[in-house]
Write a protein that binds this ligand. Structure first.
Ligand code: GAP
Length: 460
């Protein structure tokens, strides 16, 4: 059994099985954009649903929002993104490829076991490191770079008909600000008492130079973000609690705990009290999957300053007034999707073949049940009847083409937890065979029992 897939295997499976395709493919693609296919969109929706269930539905002090992607530009002045959300980039003078200087240094350091932290280096120090170590352009292999320049990562667009600086707006680079700017709205309308949290799932956009790695780092992606507002002094405990909850979510999704680890940040933002990531062992190595930050009362204080609206919260019991602290938990839905696929991918040697099986948590699988008539002519009508009824309750697939063995394999590759075979016994006795994806064992159930059996086994 192999469950250490290469990125190439994951990309090929995604392309061939309707999970993820290259964006705008028929036009030659559009660097770093990806389209989710019929199977992929279901898996990703299920990932988001599970997150919402754990962090909103199961938490009586959590409130969801869905804020606009386009926000008043002052938001980004307040958040600091206009001034300093940038990457150090350099161009190759030979082939014109653009690279991130910090990435070049990190990759070189990893390969040569050098302890260095580009986040703590000035542009001049990074240029010197790249020169001293003769680091070459990853595209053409030559060493002939421009100086480093800082590029802001926000995508700009303009509102209205004339394009001038006054109309300049941005595609949001994170969903978090939609939660901060609605702090007062949510607190008042929901009569929320601190501590409480605001959660949101939505698209974010960053004009990143990326070294590939499929959907790990893209220019358009979805974030699932959760801001816990609390009183100063409670923040340390909540920070620890959310570190644990973030890990619990992943383990509940089926991750092996040994494939995950905490990594404290080497460098903290000036306002932050603590920050750490949970990393996953991706095919290219250990990389950030999500982040947990103790952001103090920096965010709400900045919005108070820039909007002139008081962000003071008055405690209804003690009458104390304060600007709440924020513990942020943030995870990319696409980056998690990649981790889920890598974790679930298995190759198993059977007698005469190797089967590829995605051992997804059943709640994440695109289809919960595949309905397979043994013979189309004799069993097709009954199978269609079953499909019509069960698809009202959960996603089902219907497949009548090819041998039953081939049909099982196709379902294994997309992670369908159960296959239901319709045969003569179904016609004569109303019984069906249910085949389990992971063990390949089979049981017999009466048709009436199938709905509850599946519903019971697909809970997150
Ligand atoms: N509000 C905090 C924030 O946005 P971040 O570390 O920049 O923090 C949070 O992003 C998470 O969003 C990351 O841990 C990652 O899962 C995801 N993410 C960030 N940039 C991404 C990108 N370019 N492509 C895919 N996912 C990304």
């Amino acid at each position: 059994m192999e469950n250490n897939p290469t990125m190439e295997k994951i990309v090929n499976l995604c392309k061939n099985r309707g999970i993820i395709f290259a964006g705008s493919e028929i036009y030659g693609g559009m660097g770093n954009t990806w389209d989710y296919g019929p199977i992929g969109v279901e898996i990703k929706n299920n990932i988001k649903r599970a997150w919402w269930k754990m962090f909103v539905q199961e938490n009586k002090n959590a409130y969801g929002v869905d804020a606009a992607i386009l926000m008043n530009s002052r938001v980004w002045d307040a958040s600091g993104h206009t001034a300093s959300f940038s990457d150090p980039k350099m161009d190759c003078k030979e082939c014109k490829a653009r690279s991130r200087a910090d990435n070049l240094i990190e990759e070189y350091a990893k390969k040569h076991n050098i302890d260095v932290c580009p986040d703590k280096m000035t542009n001049e120090e990074m240029e010197k490191f790249i020169d001293d170590h003769k680091i070459n352009c990853p595209k053409c292999g030559k060493h002939n770079f421009t100086n480093i320049r800082q590029f802001n990562l926000m995508f700009e667009t303009s509102r209205g008909v004339t394009e001038d600086n006054q109309n300049k707006i941005y595609l949001r680079p994170e969903t978090a600000q939609g939660e901060f700017v609605n702090f007062l709205n949510v607190q008042r309308s929901m009569r929320a008492k601190v501590p409480f949290s605001i959660a949101q799932i939505g698209k974010a956009f960053r004009n990143e130079v990326t070294p590939g790695n499929f959907i790990f780092r893209t220019i358009e992606f979805e974030q699932m973000e959760h801001q816990l507002f609390c009183k100063e002094g409670q923040d340390v405990e909540f920070y620890e609690e959310y570190k644990q909850k973030a890990m619990d979510y992943l383990v509940r999704l089926g991750f092996n705990r040994e494939h995950l680890r905490y990594k404290d940040h080497d460098k903290l933002a000036f306002y932050a009290k603590a920050a750490c990531d949970i990393q996953f062992k991706y095919p290219m190595g250990w990389e950030e999957l999500n982040g947990i930050h103790n952001r103090t009362n920096h965010d709400l204080s900045r919005h108070q300053e820039y909007s002139n609206k008081s962000m003071l919260y008055m405690d209804p019991v003690t009458n104390e007034k304060y600007i709440p602290y924020v513990v942020e938990y943030s995870i990319g839905a696409d980056r998690l999707m990649l981790a889920v696929l890598c974790e679930a991918y298995n190759e198993e040697k059977l007698e005469n073949e190797t089967r590829v099986v995605l051992k997804l948590h059943p709640s994440l699988a695109a289809n919960k049940l595949a309905i397979l008539p043994l013979m189309k002519r004799d069993h097709g009508d009954k199978a269609n009847e079953i499909y019509k009824e069960l698809s009202k309750h959960f996603m089902c697939d219907y497949d009548e083409s090819g041998s039953i063995g081939k049909r099982y394999r196709r379902q294994d590759e997309i992670g369908t937890p159960f296959c239901l075979t319709v045969d003569d016994n179904t016609i004569n006795n109303n019984t069906v065979t249910i085949r389990f994806r992971d063990s390949m064992e089979q049981i017999t159930l009466s048709i009436d029992e199938v709905k509850d059996f599946v519903l019971k086994n697909i809970q997150f």
